[in-house]
Design a protein around this ligand. Structure first.
Ligand code: ATP
Ligand code: MG
Length: 562
């Protein structure tokens, strides 16, 4: 095995240090990690951090990573979620070694539970839920032993078998590990390891009416797969003694090391499947893959790239301390990636017609435009130019202040790649709104070059009216206007009313493909846009993936000053 040294793709962190040390000390020869989602929802950006960490370590240390479905709650889990999880991980560009489910191990887990009973380390309890809760104790007070704690091994074996054989109803009995009701760690106070649930499981059907609990399942599943390092989030820190206790007492052939790291939290969004599910159920968003969702599928639909998510996971790092990351960090990773890789095109979101009165009617000329301002490898395209064009409403102001460097009455501006035009007349509707502009162009300024050294300050984008495609554009922004929406009593209390703005009549230059593409375009001066999943050349719909600049950073700065 090659140590990480030269080949490291990701930044160092304390977990990589531990693994590197384990390799140097010959504790392990082959690193195996796992990503263990519960298939009860779609993956979100928090999971992406864990995926990049687990799969990234496996890649960099030439090891393996398993995708294991942690499916011990039959009521909440569904095939739809399983399919989406696989699709999301593949889209991120990772490959799992094997893809088992915890439920594949139910037989083995049952046998391990029997073994614990035989060791005198597990018992069947028949306290009801209230009694169990009352006897658990508190952080400052020890718990009380269950009156059923000292059942004989034989009786426990019989009762556990009866539990399995459907002799009881839900909640009547549980199997508990016999540890210490006085432990300062509440997780160690005789935790439940099996419970009765009469529910059909998506994988095992009706074979089982008892299901193992998470803590019992997780360590043993890790062990069965020979996981070397079991990476999980900080809230599992006080589960670790239980993880180790189970493996120690069962004297399993291997003993994975659990290591905890801080969860990813991002301002202005949610990283909890439960709350994201609520957004879907309450129809606050249009499904799990709504482009405003921080789900991997929502981000994909919005136009995020796998590369930007991986860069983000890398730069936020892996630590032991919880913190909340600025949304701008994620957005900037995407901007940087798309700035380098997105093809440039022209589009007009809010069209204003311009008639160039000295341009011959019926003439069309092809103007050459660069597909990327810095990178010549992107090549060029031909853009039709004609007498009637559209410019952005915002790029015209009738009585403009001196510093308005776009078009205004009597002033000259450069059309990107094309010509200088001067506004001669403003035509208005009856209600006083502007209908169209009459302009002239300077035929000597072809290619946007100054004919005589005369300078224009502004360059604006445009499309030829006759040759443009009409499209719907969906402008997305943050879903919430509070920093920590997970603290809200009701999620709809702090929704950003401008999280989705739909524009019906935008115009695209003809070289824009309206079928879904893998990568967003940059519409010059406007931002990054990608054809929606439902877009087609017959009925185009574009999603704004990201603005060109972080307008929130400014708003936040102003808010913190006031
Ligand atoms: P949620 O609270 O959203 O339901 P979860 O932890 O219950 O999350 P799982 O499906 O159990 O969801 O998570 C699979 C893996 O992803 C776990 O190892 C978990 O620790 C990790 N994970 C989940 N959320 C985050 C997060 N915000 N940051 C980093 N890792 C996370
Ligand atoms: Mg979980």
């Amino acid at each position: 095995m090659t140590p990480e040294s030269d080949e490291t793709k990701s930044s160092p962190n304390f977990i990589r240090d531990i693994i590197q040390k384990d390799i140097s000390e010959h504790k392990h020869q082959h690193i195996i990690t796992r990503f263990p989602p519960e298939p009860n929802g779609y993956l979100h950006v928090g999971h992406a951090k864990s995926i990049c960490l687990n799969f990234g370590i496996a890649e960099d240390f030439k090891g393996d990573c398993n995708l294991r479905f942690d499916d011990t709650n039959p009521e909440k889990e569904e095939q739809e979620y399983i399919d989406s999880i696989r699709e999301d991980i593949e889209w991120l560009g990772f490959h799992w070694k094997t893809n088992p489910s915890a439920s594949d191990y139910f037989d083995q887990l049952y046998d391990y539970a029997v073994r614990l009973i035989k060791l005198g380390l597990a018992y069947v309890d028949s306290q009801n839920a209230d009694e169990t809760r009352n006897n658990r104790g508190t952080l400052t007070e020890a718990g009380k032993n269950s009156p059923f704690r000292d059942r004989s091994i034989e009786e426990n074996l019989q009762l556990f078998e009866d539990m399995k054989n459907d002799k009881f109803s839900d909640g009547e009995y549980v199997l508990r590990a016999k540890i210490d009701m006085a432990s300062p760690n509440i997780k160690m106070r005789d935790p439940v390891i099996y419970r009765i649930r009469h529910a059909t499981h998506h994988n095992t059907g009706d074979k089982w009416c008892i299901y193992p609990m998470y803590d019992f399942t997780h360590c043993l599943s890790d062990m069965i797969e020979g996981i070397t390092h079991s990476l999980c989030t900080l809230e599992f820190e006080d589960h670790r003694p239980l993880y180790d206790w189970i493996l120690d007492k069962l004297e399993t052939p291997c003993h994975p090391q659990q290591i905890e790291f801080a969860r990813l939290q991002i301002k202005y969004t949610l990283t909890s499947k439960r709350l994201l599910n609520q957004l879907v159920q309450e129809k606050i968003v249009d499904g799990w893959n709504d482009p405003r969702m921080p789900t991997i599928s929502g981000m994909r639909r919005r136009g995020f790239t796998p590369e930007s998510i991986k860069t983000f996971s890398d730069i936020i790092g892996v630590t032991k301390k919880n913190s909340t990351i600025e949304m701008g960090v994620l957005e900037n990773c995407l901007r940087e990636d798309l700035n380098a890789r997105a093809t440039r095109r022209m589009a007009v979101l809010h069209p204003l017609k311009v008639i160039i009165e000295n341009y011959p009617e019926n003439e069309v000329e092809m103007i050459t435009g660069k597909n990327h301002p810095q990178n010549p490898e992107f090549g060029t395209r031909e853009i039709p130019f004609s007498r009637e064009i559209y410019i952005e409403q915002e790029d015209f102001m009738e009585d403009a202040p001196r510093k308005f460097f776009r078009l205004s009455a009597g002033r000259e501006v450069r059309l990107r790649f094309a010509y200088y035009i001067t506004c001669k007349e403003v035509i208005k509707n009856d209600d006083g709104t502007i209908r169209e502009l009459i302009c002239t162009y300077d035929p000597e300024s072809k290619g946007g070059q100054s004919p005589d050294g005369r300078k224009v300050k502004g360059t604006i984008h445009w499309v030829s009216a006759e040759h443009s495609t009409t499209t719907t554009v969906q402008l997305y922004d943050r879903l919430f206007n509070v920093e920590n929406p997970s603290k809200l009593k009701e999620l709809h209390q702090a929704l950003n009313p401008e999280s989705l703005i739909i524009i019906k009549n935008s115009k695209l230059e003809p070289a824009i493909d309206c079928e879904r593409q893998p990568l967003a375009y940059q519409f010059e001066r406007l931002g990054y846009f990608i054809a929606d999943l439902n877009s087609s050349n017959e009925s185009p719909v574009f999603n704004r993936t990201m603005t060109l600049r972080d307008s929130w950073a400014k708003i936040e700065k102003e808010q913190s000053r006031s």
